[in-house]
Design a protein around this ligand. Sequence first.
Ligand code: MN
Ligand code: MG
Length: 647
Amino acid sequence: MFKKFFSIMIVGFFLFAGLFVPASADAAKERSVQLRILETTDLHVHLANYDYYQTKEDNNVGLVKTATLIKQARNEVKNSLLFDNGDSLQGNPLGDYVAKVKGLKEGEVHPVIRAFNHLGYDAITIGNHEFNYGLDFLRQALKGAKMPVVNANVVDAGKGTPYFEPYTIFNKKVEDGQGRTQVIKVGVIGLVPPQIMEWDKGNLEGKVKVNSIVETAKKYIPEMKKKGADVIVALAHMGITADPYQPGMENAAYYLTQIEGINAILTGHSHNVFPGPLYAEIPNTNMNKGTINGKPVVMAGSFGSHLGVIDLELEKKSGKWEVVDGKSSVRPIVDAQGNSVATDEELMKEIEPEHVATIKYVNQPIGQTNAPIHSYFALVKDDPSVQIVNNAQLDYLMEKLKDPSYSKYAGDPVLSAAAPFKAGGRGGPDYYTDIPAGTLAIKNVADLYLYPNTLQAVLVTGGQLKEWLEMSAGQFNQIDPSKTGEQQLINPNFRSYNFDVIDGVQYQMDVTKPAKYDTSGKVVNAGASRIVNLTYQGKPVTADQRFIVATNNYRASSTTFPGVSQGEVILQSPDENRQIITNYIQVNKTINPTADENWRMSPITGSAVTVFDSSPKAQKYTQQYQNIMYIGPSSGGFAKYKLDLTK
Ligand code: MN
Ligand code: MG
């Protein structure tokens, strides 16, 4: 009674005060519901604040850190929901240990799922990497989940019926602005890039199919609305781009913002941060509010680095709850001063058994290296960390090709392609391989080869081989030889895992020429050629020559990577590249990791000063290189180095 009288008074006053006070907004707040949505994404099994490659604490990662932010963010508000956006089960040695070494017995709960249960996630979705260990393991791992696991666009290959639960709708009891309990129907849908059919062909072909993201959402959202969903949250395991819309596109989050009925979009997959400067160019984006086309969107980094926070405001309009406003933000586990939030010790205890077992597993010795193996200069020089991978792949493939079933390829030159996976960039100044001379353990191989890829061999022509390398050469900015002053050599938007070094042929890269392809493999300078002096056994490679190239399933099945996508996959090994490297070291006992320098940058005549960023820790190796010099600190904790390309 008093409350009612009071609010009439307030309304009266505000009506009177008119223009000066946003009266209706305040009164509406009383009746409205504030609903907070929290996101983790791309955890890649980073539960502990621990680096299993270096076997030491790492306070830049770990759900045990994000969990502290989750608890804080929950405590600040009355109503909140927590979701994981996928790529949670694969990506570090703990994931491999559970999937490949220990396995999951019936009734056993995967430590990632156990962590999700412990923290009380409301729903989770499936990222592309969840398919890396195959569908059987995935199903087994998800069995332990106490929350709905949603994905709408993966369907049974035969029947076309949803392979997972496409969406969920649940009642969420909330407290409104006046402290009254209300019930809101929350709908949650999950979506994954259709490209998993390429990336995990071996695990998925004939078993599932994947429908286009936007089309799938357009099909299910009206259905969810009809079933009474007041709020719809999209768990969209994908990135954000303003590239023109195409059915089947990978990073379709922008186009999800245009679908009526979706109220909040959780993104990921690109391991970036939204709202954030990287997305300044996306149209209709309000970076202060964290919205695209007026819809709140969030992307919470990777490995637990950030917590995504979307705050929705709902009002009841003609008997139905409606989202009237929304904003998003991200909270890092490490603040601007470099301080990491407290560790959630309770969660740490939950995952302790597998954590300890993984450390034991990765420390198992497999051989010796008589020189350090590092990737600090892998983008600017032929490099031992890539060379070892190529040597091991080549050895394996040569052996396989001895089988009579491959006799028609006898005499074809055999090459090997590999890229530096840990080469700084968005991974930060510590994201490099640095293995000291001495004993090599499993952790070192896992560090050299991060992904559970399998080896495949592709038959290409000399012409296709050149295009393959032209794509890789997009790693570099164009250098103007006539300019004085520093020029950045490395294009930060090019992902180092696409920088394939192909061993077995010799070549140079002329970075004074424009790149032929953009970072996605589209031709941008049709006449351009950065690859020069491409030779095999001292003779120029001709366009119609044949080559067999060892690579991985990810690359071999690509339909967009120039050159290789036109090639023919002639061998699909069940063996992981990583296991192949392990076996190679075990057989050879001691390896001598020196690069054969089969590729280099072409010398530049002129005054160009070409610089690049690497870790400050790379300084200890500069004296081994004639043309690499340390300059000084760079931004973001990196250090600046000069690569002298002048004659
Ligand atoms: Mn990911
Ligand atoms: Mg080499």
